[in-house]
Design a protein around this ligand. Structure first.
Ligand code: SF4
Length: 425
Protein backbone atom coordinates (compact mmCIF):
# COMPACT_ATOMS: atom_id res chain seq x y z
CA UNK A 1 0.00 0.00 0.00
CA UNK A 2 1.25 3.50 -0.84
CA UNK A 3 2.90 5.40 2.02
CA UNK A 4 1.16 8.59 3.19
CA UNK A 5 3.59 11.47 2.70
CA UNK A 6 2.92 14.97 3.99
CA UNK A 7 4.42 18.31 3.01
CA UNK A 8 3.75 21.35 5.22
CA UNK A 9 0.96 19.37 6.87
CA UNK A 10 -0.66 18.59 3.49
CA UNK A 11 -1.13 15.00 2.31
CA UNK A 12 0.48 14.54 -1.08
CA UNK A 13 -0.72 12.48 -4.04
CA UNK A 14 2.44 10.50 -4.72
CA UNK A 15 3.79 8.65 -7.77
CA UNK A 16 3.06 5.39 -5.98
CA UNK A 17 -0.58 6.44 -5.55
CA UNK A 18 -0.82 7.12 -9.28
CA UNK A 19 -0.44 3.37 -9.81
CA UNK A 20 -2.91 2.24 -7.17
CA UNK A 21 -5.51 4.95 -6.55
CA UNK A 22 -8.73 5.85 -8.39
CA UNK A 23 -9.20 9.59 -8.79
CA UNK A 24 -12.79 10.74 -8.24
CA UNK A 25 -13.92 13.69 -10.35
CA UNK A 26 -17.02 15.67 -9.30
CA UNK A 27 -19.77 15.74 -11.90
CA UNK A 28 -20.27 19.21 -13.29
CA UNK A 29 -20.71 19.39 -17.04
CA UNK A 30 -21.94 16.06 -18.46
CA UNK A 31 -21.06 16.86 -22.08
CA UNK A 32 -17.50 17.88 -21.20
CA UNK A 33 -16.57 15.63 -18.30
CA UNK A 34 -17.62 12.60 -20.36
CA UNK A 35 -14.15 12.75 -21.91
CA UNK A 36 -12.08 13.18 -18.73
CA UNK A 37 -12.03 9.50 -17.78
CA UNK A 38 -10.44 8.50 -21.09
CA UNK A 39 -8.15 11.53 -21.02
CA UNK A 40 -6.71 10.52 -17.64
CA UNK A 41 -6.72 6.78 -18.33
CA UNK A 42 -4.55 7.25 -21.40
CA UNK A 43 -2.08 9.18 -19.25
CA UNK A 44 -1.72 6.36 -16.73
CA UNK A 45 -4.31 7.40 -14.14
CA UNK A 46 -7.38 5.53 -12.95
CA UNK A 47 -10.24 8.01 -12.88
CA UNK A 48 -13.98 8.11 -12.53
CA UNK A 49 -16.51 10.92 -12.92
CA UNK A 50 -19.03 10.68 -10.07
CA UNK A 51 -22.63 9.94 -10.97
CA UNK A 52 -24.26 10.03 -7.52
CA UNK A 53 -26.99 12.65 -7.33
CA UNK A 54 -29.16 11.42 -4.45
CA UNK A 55 -30.73 13.75 -1.92
CA UNK A 56 -28.37 12.38 0.77
CA UNK A 57 -25.56 14.16 -1.00
CA UNK A 58 -27.11 17.55 -0.17
CA UNK A 59 -27.34 16.53 3.49
CA UNK A 60 -23.69 15.53 3.52
CA UNK A 61 -22.77 18.87 1.95
CA UNK A 62 -24.78 20.77 4.53
CA UNK A 63 -23.32 18.72 7.36
CA UNK A 64 -19.68 19.22 6.41
CA UNK A 65 -19.62 22.83 5.15
CA UNK A 66 -20.52 26.11 6.79
CA UNK A 67 -24.04 27.25 5.90
CA UNK A 68 -22.60 30.47 4.52
CA UNK A 69 -20.67 28.74 1.77
CA UNK A 70 -21.79 28.98 -1.86
CA UNK A 71 -23.94 26.15 -3.23
CA UNK A 72 -21.39 24.71 -5.72
CA UNK A 73 -18.81 24.15 -2.96
CA UNK A 74 -21.46 22.54 -0.79
CA UNK A 75 -22.63 20.20 -3.58
CA UNK A 76 -19.11 19.19 -4.63
CA UNK A 77 -18.14 18.35 -1.03
CA UNK A 78 -21.46 16.57 -0.46
CA UNK A 79 -20.98 14.51 -3.62
CA UNK A 80 -17.45 13.46 -2.60
CA UNK A 81 -18.45 12.44 0.93
CA UNK A 82 -21.57 10.62 -0.27
CA UNK A 83 -19.48 8.71 -2.85
CA UNK A 84 -16.87 7.80 -0.23
CA UNK A 85 -19.58 6.51 2.12
CA UNK A 86 -21.90 4.82 -0.36
CA UNK A 87 -19.90 4.27 -3.55
CA UNK A 88 -18.38 0.91 -2.55
CA UNK A 89 -14.79 2.12 -3.04
CA UNK A 90 -11.75 0.92 -1.15
CA UNK A 91 -11.48 4.23 0.70
CA UNK A 92 -7.75 3.76 1.21
CA UNK A 93 -7.22 3.69 -2.54
CA UNK A 94 -9.07 6.79 -3.71
CA UNK A 95 -8.14 10.42 -4.23
CA UNK A 96 -10.28 13.37 -5.28
CA UNK A 97 -9.50 16.09 -7.79
CA UNK A 98 -10.70 19.69 -7.99
CA UNK A 99 -9.76 22.88 -9.84
CA UNK A 100 -8.26 25.80 -7.97
CA UNK A 101 -8.67 29.07 -9.84
CA UNK A 102 -6.16 31.19 -7.99
CA UNK A 103 -8.40 34.24 -8.23
CA UNK A 104 -10.21 36.18 -5.55
CA UNK A 105 -13.19 33.82 -5.52
CA UNK A 106 -14.02 31.01 -3.12
CA UNK A 107 -13.22 28.60 -5.96
CA UNK A 108 -9.59 29.10 -4.90
CA UNK A 109 -10.44 27.71 -1.48
CA UNK A 110 -12.40 24.59 -2.41
CA UNK A 111 -9.29 22.51 -1.75
CA UNK A 112 -8.99 23.69 1.86
CA UNK A 113 -12.75 23.40 2.35
CA UNK A 114 -12.66 19.78 1.15
CA UNK A 115 -9.68 19.09 3.39
CA UNK A 116 -11.54 20.51 6.37
CA UNK A 117 -14.69 18.51 5.54
CA UNK A 118 -12.71 15.26 5.08
CA UNK A 119 -11.03 15.78 8.43
CA UNK A 120 -14.38 16.33 10.13
CA UNK A 121 -15.79 13.21 8.45
CA UNK A 122 -12.73 11.09 9.37
CA UNK A 123 -11.31 10.83 5.82
CA UNK A 124 -8.17 12.93 6.22
CA UNK A 125 -6.12 10.08 4.67
CA UNK A 126 -7.73 10.72 1.24
CA UNK A 127 -5.44 12.89 -0.91
CA UNK A 128 -6.87 15.95 -2.65
CA UNK A 129 -5.38 16.90 -6.01
CA UNK A 130 -5.55 20.53 -7.00
CA UNK A 131 -5.62 21.39 -10.71
CA UNK A 132 -4.36 24.93 -11.07
CA UNK A 133 -2.40 26.98 -13.53
CA UNK A 134 -0.61 29.14 -11.00
CA UNK A 135 1.45 26.54 -9.11
CA UNK A 136 -0.64 26.94 -5.93
CA UNK A 137 -0.43 23.29 -4.83
CA UNK A 138 1.76 20.62 -6.42
CA UNK A 139 1.64 16.84 -6.14
CA UNK A 140 4.48 14.54 -7.26
CA UNK A 141 1.96 11.99 -8.64
CA UNK A 142 -0.05 14.41 -10.77
CA UNK A 143 1.20 16.89 -13.31
CA UNK A 144 -0.43 18.85 -16.12
CA UNK A 145 1.99 17.98 -18.89
CA UNK A 146 1.85 19.59 -22.34
CA UNK A 147 0.23 16.41 -23.64
CA UNK A 148 -2.47 16.53 -20.97
CA UNK A 149 -3.02 20.22 -21.69
CA UNK A 150 -3.64 19.53 -25.39
CA UNK A 151 -5.92 16.63 -24.54
CA UNK A 152 -7.80 18.86 -22.08
CA UNK A 153 -8.30 21.57 -24.70
CA UNK A 154 -9.70 19.02 -27.13
CA UNK A 155 -11.92 17.42 -24.46
CA UNK A 156 -13.46 20.85 -23.84
CA UNK A 157 -13.79 21.53 -27.57
CA UNK A 158 -15.62 18.20 -27.96
CA UNK A 159 -17.83 18.97 -24.95
CA UNK A 160 -18.78 22.43 -26.22
CA UNK A 161 -19.50 21.05 -29.67
CA UNK A 162 -21.64 18.14 -28.47
CA UNK A 163 -23.58 20.38 -26.09
CA UNK A 164 -24.38 22.68 -29.01
CA UNK A 165 -25.25 19.90 -31.46
CA UNK A 166 -27.58 18.17 -28.98
CA UNK A 167 -29.29 21.40 -27.97
CA UNK A 168 -29.84 22.56 -31.54
CA UNK A 169 -31.08 19.18 -32.77
CA UNK A 170 -33.04 17.52 -29.97
CA UNK A 171 -36.01 19.95 -29.84
CA UNK A 172 -36.60 19.42 -33.58
CA UNK A 173 -35.94 15.68 -34.04
CA UNK A 174 -38.60 13.77 -35.96
CA UNK A 175 -37.84 10.48 -34.23
CA UNK A 176 -37.91 10.91 -30.47
CA UNK A 177 -34.66 9.85 -28.80
CA UNK A 178 -32.56 9.82 -31.97
CA UNK A 179 -30.42 12.81 -30.99
CA UNK A 180 -29.30 11.20 -27.73
CA UNK A 181 -28.59 7.93 -29.53
CA UNK A 182 -26.33 9.76 -31.96
CA UNK A 183 -24.79 11.71 -29.09
CA UNK A 184 -23.68 8.55 -27.24
CA UNK A 185 -22.30 7.03 -30.43
CA UNK A 186 -20.41 10.18 -31.40
CA UNK A 187 -19.01 10.71 -27.86
CA UNK A 188 -17.59 7.19 -28.03
CA UNK A 189 -16.03 7.85 -31.41
CA UNK A 190 -14.46 11.11 -30.22
CA UNK A 191 -12.82 9.26 -27.32
CA UNK A 192 -10.64 7.62 -29.97
CA UNK A 193 -8.57 10.81 -30.05
CA UNK A 194 -7.26 10.27 -26.50
CA UNK A 195 -5.66 7.02 -27.61
CA UNK A 196 -3.63 8.70 -30.39
CA UNK A 197 0.07 8.06 -30.04
CA UNK A 198 2.84 10.56 -29.43
CA UNK A 199 2.89 13.74 -31.52
CA UNK A 200 -0.53 13.00 -33.13
CA UNK A 201 -2.10 14.14 -29.85
CA UNK A 202 -0.87 17.70 -30.54
CA UNK A 203 -2.96 17.94 -33.69
CA UNK A 204 -6.66 18.50 -33.73
CA UNK A 205 -8.68 15.49 -34.91
CA UNK A 206 -10.56 17.43 -37.59
CA UNK A 207 -11.75 14.29 -39.38
CA UNK A 208 -13.39 13.01 -36.17
CA UNK A 209 -15.02 16.41 -35.57
CA UNK A 210 -16.27 16.61 -39.14
CA UNK A 211 -17.73 13.11 -38.91
CA UNK A 212 -19.44 13.98 -35.59
CA UNK A 213 -21.15 17.05 -37.02
CA UNK A 214 -22.27 15.16 -40.13
CA UNK A 215 -23.93 12.47 -37.99
CA UNK A 216 -25.99 15.10 -36.18
CA UNK A 217 -26.85 16.80 -39.45
CA UNK A 218 -28.21 13.54 -40.78
CA UNK A 219 -30.92 13.51 -38.09
CA UNK A 220 -34.24 14.41 -39.70
CA UNK A 221 -35.79 17.48 -38.08
CA UNK A 222 -39.09 19.35 -38.20
CA UNK A 223 -39.30 22.86 -39.64
CA UNK A 224 -41.25 24.29 -36.69
CA UNK A 225 -39.41 27.06 -34.85
CA UNK A 226 -39.29 27.08 -31.02
CA UNK A 227 -38.43 29.96 -28.65
CA UNK A 228 -34.71 29.98 -27.91
CA UNK A 229 -33.61 30.43 -24.29
CA UNK A 230 -30.01 31.26 -23.39
CA UNK A 231 -28.54 29.93 -20.14
CA UNK A 232 -25.76 31.91 -18.47
CA UNK A 233 -24.45 32.24 -14.92
CA UNK A 234 -21.99 30.78 -12.49
CA UNK A 235 -20.07 27.92 -14.14
CA UNK A 236 -21.23 25.11 -11.83
CA UNK A 237 -24.94 25.87 -11.76
CA UNK A 238 -24.90 26.78 -15.44
CA UNK A 239 -23.68 23.36 -16.62
CA UNK A 240 -24.47 20.96 -13.79
CA UNK A 241 -27.90 19.27 -13.85
CA UNK A 242 -27.34 18.57 -10.15
CA UNK A 243 -26.75 22.26 -9.44
CA UNK A 244 -29.55 23.65 -11.63
CA UNK A 245 -32.24 21.00 -11.11
CA UNK A 246 -31.97 19.74 -14.69
CA UNK A 247 -32.56 23.16 -16.24
CA UNK A 248 -31.74 22.05 -19.80
CA UNK A 249 -34.30 19.24 -19.63
CA UNK A 250 -36.87 21.51 -18.01
CA UNK A 251 -36.58 24.16 -20.73
CA UNK A 252 -36.79 21.52 -23.46
CA UNK A 253 -39.85 19.95 -21.88
CA UNK A 254 -41.45 23.40 -21.85
CA UNK A 255 -41.03 23.59 -25.62
CA UNK A 256 -37.84 25.67 -25.86
CA UNK A 257 -34.51 25.35 -27.59
CA UNK A 258 -31.60 25.87 -25.18
CA UNK A 259 -28.50 27.86 -26.04
CA UNK A 260 -25.65 27.63 -23.51
CA UNK A 261 -22.41 29.51 -24.19
CA UNK A 262 -19.20 27.51 -24.59
CA UNK A 263 -17.32 26.43 -21.49
CA UNK A 264 -13.94 27.12 -23.08
CA UNK A 265 -14.77 30.84 -23.05
CA UNK A 266 -14.64 30.65 -19.25
CA UNK A 267 -11.11 29.21 -19.29
CA UNK A 268 -9.99 31.78 -21.86
CA UNK A 269 -11.50 34.50 -19.67
CA UNK A 270 -9.58 33.18 -16.64
CA UNK A 271 -6.26 33.20 -18.53
CA UNK A 272 -7.04 36.59 -20.04
CA UNK A 273 -7.81 37.99 -16.58
CA UNK A 274 -4.39 36.94 -15.28
CA UNK A 275 -2.75 38.59 -18.31
CA UNK A 276 -4.83 41.72 -17.60
CA UNK A 277 -3.68 41.81 -13.96
CA UNK A 278 -0.02 41.24 -14.83
CA UNK A 279 -0.15 44.14 -17.32
CA UNK A 280 -1.83 46.39 -14.80
CA UNK A 281 -0.14 45.49 -11.53
CA UNK A 282 2.99 43.60 -12.60
CA UNK A 283 3.86 39.94 -12.23
CA UNK A 284 5.50 37.13 -14.10
CA UNK A 285 6.16 37.94 -17.76
CA UNK A 286 6.55 34.23 -18.52
CA UNK A 287 3.16 33.43 -17.00
CA UNK A 288 1.54 36.22 -19.01
CA UNK A 289 3.16 34.95 -22.24
CA UNK A 290 2.18 31.34 -21.49
CA UNK A 291 -1.48 32.19 -20.84
CA UNK A 292 -1.68 34.37 -23.96
CA UNK A 293 -0.17 31.53 -25.98
CA UNK A 294 -2.64 28.97 -24.57
CA UNK A 295 -5.54 31.26 -25.53
CA UNK A 296 -4.13 31.56 -29.05
CA UNK A 297 -3.88 27.77 -29.36
CA UNK A 298 -7.47 27.33 -28.12
CA UNK A 299 -8.83 29.93 -30.55
CA UNK A 300 -6.84 28.50 -33.44
CA UNK A 301 -8.42 25.09 -32.78
CA UNK A 302 -11.90 26.52 -32.33
CA UNK A 303 -11.55 28.38 -35.63
CA UNK A 304 -11.23 25.02 -37.34
CA UNK A 305 -14.48 23.87 -35.76
CA UNK A 306 -16.15 27.16 -36.78
CA UNK A 307 -15.01 26.58 -40.34
CA UNK A 308 -16.71 23.16 -40.42
CA UNK A 309 -19.89 24.52 -38.76
CA UNK A 310 -20.15 27.34 -41.32
CA UNK A 311 -21.36 24.92 -43.97
CA UNK A 312 -24.00 23.29 -41.78
CA UNK A 313 -27.40 24.20 -40.33
CA UNK A 314 -25.83 24.88 -36.92
CA UNK A 315 -24.84 28.19 -35.33
CA UNK A 316 -21.23 29.31 -35.51
CA UNK A 317 -20.04 30.29 -32.00
CA UNK A 318 -18.45 33.73 -31.71
CA UNK A 319 -14.75 34.25 -31.00
CA UNK A 320 -13.50 35.12 -27.51
CA UNK A 321 -12.23 38.45 -28.84
CA UNK A 322 -15.71 39.35 -30.05
CA UNK A 323 -17.36 38.28 -26.77
CA UNK A 324 -14.84 40.35 -24.81
CA UNK A 325 -15.49 43.41 -26.97
CA UNK A 326 -19.20 43.25 -26.07
CA UNK A 327 -18.55 43.95 -22.38
CA UNK A 328 -16.91 47.30 -23.17
CA UNK A 329 -18.92 50.22 -21.82
CA UNK A 330 -20.99 47.93 -19.59
CA UNK A 331 -18.55 46.50 -17.07
CA UNK A 332 -14.82 46.93 -16.42
CA UNK A 333 -12.38 44.19 -17.49
CA UNK A 334 -10.96 44.33 -13.97
CA UNK A 335 -14.21 42.70 -12.77
CA UNK A 336 -13.03 39.14 -12.86
CA UNK A 337 -13.96 37.48 -9.60
CA UNK A 338 -16.26 34.54 -10.34
CA UNK A 339 -17.54 34.86 -13.92
CA UNK A 340 -16.99 38.65 -13.79
CA UNK A 341 -17.32 40.57 -17.05
CA UNK A 342 -17.77 37.36 -19.03
CA UNK A 343 -21.23 36.87 -17.54
CA UNK A 344 -22.36 40.30 -18.72
CA UNK A 345 -20.71 39.78 -22.12
CA UNK A 346 -22.45 36.42 -22.58
CA UNK A 347 -25.85 38.00 -21.95
CA UNK A 348 -25.09 40.70 -24.54
CA UNK A 349 -23.84 38.06 -26.98
CA UNK A 350 -27.14 36.19 -26.68
CA UNK A 351 -29.24 39.35 -27.10
CA UNK A 352 -27.20 40.39 -30.15
CA UNK A 353 -27.75 36.91 -31.63
CA UNK A 354 -31.49 37.62 -31.38
CA UNK A 355 -31.87 35.46 -28.28
CA UNK A 356 -33.22 37.96 -25.71
CA UNK A 357 -34.73 35.21 -23.50
CA UNK A 358 -32.16 34.41 -20.85
CA UNK A 359 -32.00 32.44 -17.62
CA UNK A 360 -29.18 33.77 -15.45
CA UNK A 361 -28.33 31.05 -12.93
CA UNK A 362 -27.07 32.28 -9.57
CA UNK A 363 -25.96 30.02 -6.71
CA UNK A 364 -26.96 30.92 -3.19
CA UNK A 365 -24.04 32.56 -1.42
CA UNK A 366 -22.30 33.68 -4.62
CA UNK A 367 -21.66 37.38 -4.32
CA UNK A 368 -19.50 37.87 -7.46
CA UNK A 369 -22.12 36.52 -9.82
CA UNK A 370 -24.93 38.41 -8.18
CA UNK A 371 -22.96 41.56 -9.04
CA UNK A 372 -21.96 40.71 -12.63
CA UNK A 373 -25.27 38.93 -13.34
CA UNK A 374 -28.26 40.26 -11.43
CA UNK A 375 -26.53 43.58 -10.83
CA UNK A 376 -26.15 44.26 -14.56
CA UNK A 377 -29.67 43.49 -15.69
CA UNK A 378 -31.08 47.00 -15.20
CA UNK A 379 -28.31 48.45 -17.38
CA UNK A 380 -28.78 45.75 -20.01
CA UNK A 381 -32.53 46.31 -20.14
CA UNK A 382 -31.99 50.05 -20.60
CA UNK A 383 -29.75 49.34 -23.57
CA UNK A 384 -31.68 46.37 -24.95
CA UNK A 385 -35.38 46.88 -24.12
CA UNK A 386 -36.26 43.51 -25.68
CA UNK A 387 -34.14 41.65 -23.08
CA UNK A 388 -36.26 39.07 -21.25
CA UNK A 389 -33.85 38.02 -18.49
CA UNK A 390 -34.77 36.10 -15.38
CA UNK A 391 -32.32 35.41 -12.55
CA UNK A 392 -32.81 32.13 -10.76
CA UNK A 393 -31.30 31.55 -7.34
CA UNK A 394 -30.20 27.99 -6.74
CA UNK A 395 -30.39 27.24 -3.06
CA UNK A 396 -30.53 23.61 -1.93
CA UNK A 397 -32.74 24.48 1.02
CA UNK A 398 -35.31 26.41 -1.05
CA UNK A 399 -38.26 24.92 -2.92
CA UNK A 400 -38.02 24.22 -6.65
CA UNK A 401 -41.49 25.62 -7.24
CA UNK A 402 -40.26 29.19 -6.97
CA UNK A 403 -37.63 28.59 -9.64
CA UNK A 404 -40.15 26.85 -11.85
CA UNK A 405 -42.68 29.68 -11.62
CA UNK A 406 -40.12 32.31 -12.54
CA UNK A 407 -38.81 30.26 -15.46
CA UNK A 408 -42.35 29.65 -16.74
CA UNK A 409 -43.11 33.36 -16.56
CA UNK A 410 -39.99 34.12 -18.62
CA UNK A 411 -41.01 31.47 -21.18
CA UNK A 412 -44.54 32.85 -21.51
CA UNK A 413 -43.03 36.31 -22.16
CA UNK A 414 -40.76 34.71 -24.75
CA UNK A 415 -43.65 32.98 -26.50
CA UNK A 416 -45.64 36.24 -26.57
CA UNK A 417 -42.76 38.20 -28.04
CA UNK A 418 -41.77 35.44 -30.45
CA UNK A 419 -41.01 36.74 -33.91
CA UNK A 420 -39.90 34.76 -36.97
CA UNK A 421 -36.42 36.22 -36.68
CA UNK A 422 -35.91 35.06 -33.07
CA UNK A 423 -32.90 32.80 -32.69
CA UNK A 424 -32.00 32.90 -36.37
CA UNK A 425 -28.83 31.04 -37.22
S1 SF4 B 1 -18.19 32.12 -8.36
FE1 SF4 B 1 -19.67 32.07 -6.74
S2 SF4 B 1 -20.33 29.97 -6.64
FE2 SF4 B 1 -18.42 29.97 -7.78
S3 SF4 B 1 -16.87 29.64 -6.21
FE3 SF4 B 1 -17.10 31.85 -6.43
S4 SF4 B 1 -18.56 32.42 -4.82
FE4 SF4 B 1 -18.72 30.20 -5.13
Amino acid sequence: MAKLIYEDGRLLFTKEMKEEYTILIPSMAPYHFEFFTHLLQTEGYKAEVLKNTSFDLIHEGMKYTHNDICVPAMLVIGQFINAIKEGGYDIHKIAVIITQTGGGCRASNYVSLIRKAFKKAGYEFIPIISVNASGMEKNPGFQITTKILFKLINALIFGDLLMQLVNETKPYEQIKGQTMEVYHKVANELNEYFYYHNFRVFFQPNALIHKAIKQFEAIKTIEHHKPVVGVVGEIYVKYSPLGNNNLEQLLQSEGCEVLTPNMLDFFMYSFDSTVHDIKKYGGSFIQSMTFSLINKVIEHRRNKVRKILKNTRYRVPKTFKHIKSLAKGFIDYGTHVGEGWLLTAEMIELIEQDVPNIVCTQPFGCLPNHIAGKGMIKKLKQHYPSANIVTIDYDTSATEINQLNRIKLMISNAVQKETPSNGQR
